[in-house]
Design a protein around this ligand. Structure first.
Ligand code: NDP
Length: 479
């Protein structure tokens, strides 16, 4: 099967060239479906970060002065090359994180293109100079060098959501992707290079969060950190960045509720909800992992959910189809197994799946699509992000209790409502504390703001709002 050329995997992309790292540390890259090593990634250190930040700082001086038209032309060139390399991106994510190839193409790699459209439109609409009614002028300027830290679960989606607004606004940047998914990041750097991104404007340094991530967060020449990952790591980044008064934007975890009312099309809405929770093997920050069900349709929902989970196929990522793949590595597999055991010990009813690997998949980090019923919202399986194909079902008596349970979580990334009553949908949506509300299966559109309330984060990525974090405002008096 097709695989991207890994020549540059052990190198970093700095000042428009692939360079040998200063650090000698390396790590194997494993295919989670086969457990075989597919490559070796270098893990950078503070010196590697310094080298990349110096390059970015120098490049920023001239890139910040480019016109909007210049930057639009760059984004359009990036789009053309992204289209050309789409298959490489998809294959990279199949190999490094086990994304099944059909969804790797249609969702994981497609995000690189979809967000481009959103940012091109947003940049076209951006007013960089505003004449105020009081006679002053307000101008928008790039904030400076940005440190971008991304996770492994939607690798190109997250990279595009950060790198593209940096390029669009005139910022220079240093990207530290998850070292577990370095192949797609490498392909992305090659795309930017081929598209003619000026040397030093985009730099890539691989490495661990505690070494490279922390060095970025603490670096005096970085003005802004955009971080996506777990809430704990986001808090660490904020602490590290605080002494420099950096702007820190955080996109963090979730435990999103899905409110099922008896007045929805139960068969269709519940089946789709269960299948969507298992999508990407449950490794999505906004997965609807708490299914809250109105008591008077509870038994019917359990029956549909059980049937749907049994029909979810677990399969080889190299094969086309709508099956789910493995978890991304052994650490994640062990974490998911532990949480399934916790659910059993907490007394929840195991409706589908359970501990261990599916029978046909003794090799690879495959888990069984698992559902717990009769869960109460104070159980650990209802409160903690599991990040695997595990759904918990919680009954509620009425609308008020549904809203109370939905909001009773430290997170607030997304919420989902299934109802046939539009008045109810509007009423409930106004009371849910979440950055996005999806009604009856409506999905995310590229270009819309994405981000969370509470412990799920503090900013919005994508489209026009996604440009804001990368901009400073300067007020001109007397010009
Ligand atoms: P982590 O927080 O472990 O890692 C995310 C990134 O941060 C990695 O590159 C990681 O490096 C790095 N990192 C870790 N610790 C630090 C630190 N102290 N300083 C700087 N960087 C650090 O998350 P996961 O990779 O496990 O990703 C899953 C998490 O991401 C989930 O909680 C999920 O909900 C969240 N997420 C949120 C999204 C959103 O938009 N809200 C979207 C996608 C995921 P290393 O790999 O070395 O640890």
């Amino acid at each position: 099967m097709h695989a991207p050329d890994l020549t540059n995997l052990g190198k970093f992309y700095i000042r428009g060239r692939w360079v040998n790292p200063i650090s000698a540390n390396q790590m194997p890259v494993l295919n989670p479906a086969t457990e075989e090593q597919v490559g070796t990634v270098s893990l950078g250190n503070r010196d590697d970060v310094n080298r990349a930040v110096t390059a970015a700082n120098e490049a920023f001086q001239s890139y910040a002065q480019t016109s909007k038209d210049d930057r639009l032309s760059l984004l359009i060139a990036v789009k053309a090359i992204t289209e050309k390399r789409l298959e490489d991106l998809a294959q990279a994510m199949r190999i490094e994180m086990g994304a099944p190839i059909s969804m790797a193409r249609s969702a994981q790699a497609d995000a690189g293109l979809g967000h481009l459209d959103g940012f091109i439109e947003a940049l076209e609409a951006l007013e960089e100079r505003l004449e105020l009614s009081n006679g002053d002028t307000s101008v928008r300027e790039p904030i400076g060098v940005c440190g971008l830290i991304t996770p492994w679960n939607w690798p190109i989606n997250q990279i595009a959501l950060k790198v593209l607004p940096a390029l669009a606004t005139g910022c220079a940047c240093v990207l530290k992707p998850s070292e577990h998914t370095p192949i797609s990041a490498m392909v992305y750097a090659e795309i930017l290079d081929e598209a003619g991104c000026p040397p030093g404007v985009f730099n890539l340094v691989n490495g661990t969060g505690t070494a490279v991530g922390a060095a970025l967060s603490r670096h005096p020449d970085i003005r802004m950190i955009s971080f996506t990952g777990s809430t704990n790591a986001g808090i660490a980044v904020s602490h590290d960045a605080a002494p420099m008064v950096k702007r820190v934007t955080l996109e963090l975890g979730g435990k999103s509720p899905n409110l099922v009312f008896a007045d929805c099309d139960l068969e269709e809405r519940v089946a789709t909800s269960v299948a969507k929770t298992m999508f990407n093997t449950g490794q999505s920050c906004d997965a609807a992992t708490r299914l809250l069900v109105e008591r008077n349709c509870y038994d019917q929902v359990l029956e549909i959910a059980k049937r749907t989970a049994a029909a979810v196929e677990v399969g080889n990522p190299a094969e086309e189809g709508d099956h789910i793949g493995p978890l991304f590595d052994k650490v994640q597999f062990d974490r998911v197994q532990e949480m399934i055991e916790v659910g059993i010990q907490e007394g929840a009813t195991l409706l589908a799946g359970g501990p261990g690997k599916p029978q046909d998949h003794p090799t690879g980090w495959f888990a069984k699509p698992t559902i717990f019923a009769d869960v109460s919202n104070d159980m650990r399986i209802a409160r903690e992000e599991i990040f695997g194909p595990v759904l918990v079902i919680i009954p509620f008596e009425d609308e008020g209790e549904a809203i109370e349970i939905a909001n009773d979580t430290p997170y607030g990334l997304a919420a989902y409502i299934q109802t046939g009553d539009m008045d109810r949908a509007k009423r409930v949506s106004r009371q849910l504390q979440a950055g996005a509300i999806h009604l009856n299966g409506a999905g995310m559109a590229y270009g819309s703001p994405f981000g969370g309330y509470k412990h799920s984060g503090n900013s919005r990525e994508g489209g026009r709002m996604g440009l804001e974090d990368y901009l400073e405002t300067k007020t001109l008096h007397g010009f």
